[in-house]
Design a protein around this ligand. Structure first.
Ligand SMILES: [Zn+2]
Ligand SMILES: [Zn+2]
Length: 321
């Protein structure tokens, strides 16, 4: 029974953390796939650092850079360039350097988050005080455990609340290295099913990179995106508005679109090829003919007026007769 309670406490803390990251930071702030009311948005931004330990502005900047430079040298975290284990350190380094750039007002980074009308609190920009959320949650866990004697329960709470670095590493590494793909993209994004299920749908990286502005990350019926369930719940109670116009298509709609695109290219490609062949088969006008035509044109220009005057005179003479 005790273990069950510990598991439930871990799950609740974990769910709170992943909801903040996946639903609020990612789907709402970074991609605007859902819209939050002004009060909800303010609360999300103010409580975010304490719940996740992450600066929302730096998180969004890093994530947008990931989409722009996916799996290239400029990607803030890619297993393609630094390996699966390397992503753990790389994501931390990228995050801190992005925070420094934001603090300095470096336009290379600030222009990525120009639409965000908030800044993280100052304490998030100091290396020591940035750890405050981890310390505060640890203090809460220790206090609770020492009063009640339930140490495992305290640990479950702390681990659940502060699980973001591990969730982030799992997604940023395995989400671009392991699993099937639904969409043929230029990056290495993939859809590891288990990570999709366990980390609020974030595992479906290939679907997400194909349709980044979609509030729903799953595509096939067997892909389960718990974050989409949370989003729908928030929409139902009026705390968020889903942008249905940006939603990932159903596999049927996507198949129809792909078939239509294939049909169009089958029509257009032969026409283009025929035009190219026609252009290639056109023989250049012989130089002698060109010279004769030019001479005739010049002759007409030179004597045109003369011929016209003669014709006018002839008409006049005819009329006077
Ligand atoms: Zn990705
Ligand atoms: Zn994204």
């Amino acid at each position: 029974m005790y273990l069950l309670v510990c598991a439930a406490v871990f799950a609740a803390a974990y769910l709170l953390n992943i909801t903040w990251i996946s639903v609020f930071y990612h789907r709402a702030l970074a991609h605007k796939a859902i819209e939050l009311g002004p009060r909800t948005r303010r609360f999300v931004v103010a409580a975010g650092p304490w719940i996740t330990g992450m600066d929302p502005k730096a998180w969004v900047a890093m994530h947008r850079l990931h989409h722009i430079h996916s799996d290239t040298d400029q990607d803030p975290h890619s297993p393609t360039t630094v390996g699966i284990l390397g992503v753990l350190l790389k994501q931390l380094r990228s995050y801190t350097s992005i925070q420094r750039a934001l603090a300095k007002g470096d336009p290379a980074i600030t222009r990525r988050v120009r639409d965000l009308d908030f800044d993280a609190p100052d304490w998030m920009y100091n290396r020591m005080t940035a750890l405050l959320p981890y310390v505060v949650h640890a203090a809460v866990a220790v206090a609770f455990a020492s009063i009640t004697g339930f140490w495992l329960l305290g640990a479950a709470f702390w681990l659940g609340m502060m699980s973001h670095p591990i969730q982030g590493w799992l997604i940023n590494s395995f989400g671009h290295a392991v699993g099937p793909r639904n969409f043929d993209l230029d990056d290495d994004s993939r859809n590891p099913w288990l990570l999709g299920l366990l980390i609020a749908g974030e595992g479906f990286q290939n679907n997400h990179h194909a349709f980044p502005a979609s509030a729903k990350f799953s595509f096939r019926w067997w892909e389960i995106d718990p974050g989409w369930g949370i989003v729908r719940g928030l929409d139902a109670v009026g705390l968020a508005t889903i942008r249905y116009d940006k939603l990932i298509p159903t596999p049927e709609a996507w198949a129809r679109k792909t078939a239509a695109r294939r049909q169009l290219s089958e029509l257009v490609d032969p026409a283009g090829q025929a035009a190219e062949q026609l252009l290639a088969s056109l023989k250049p006008v012989p130089q002698a003919a060109m010279a004769a035509a030019t001479e005739a044109a010049l002759d007409l220009l030179e004597h045109g007026q003369e011929i016209a005057d003669e014709a006018a005179d002839a008409v006049r003479r005819q009329m006077l007769r």
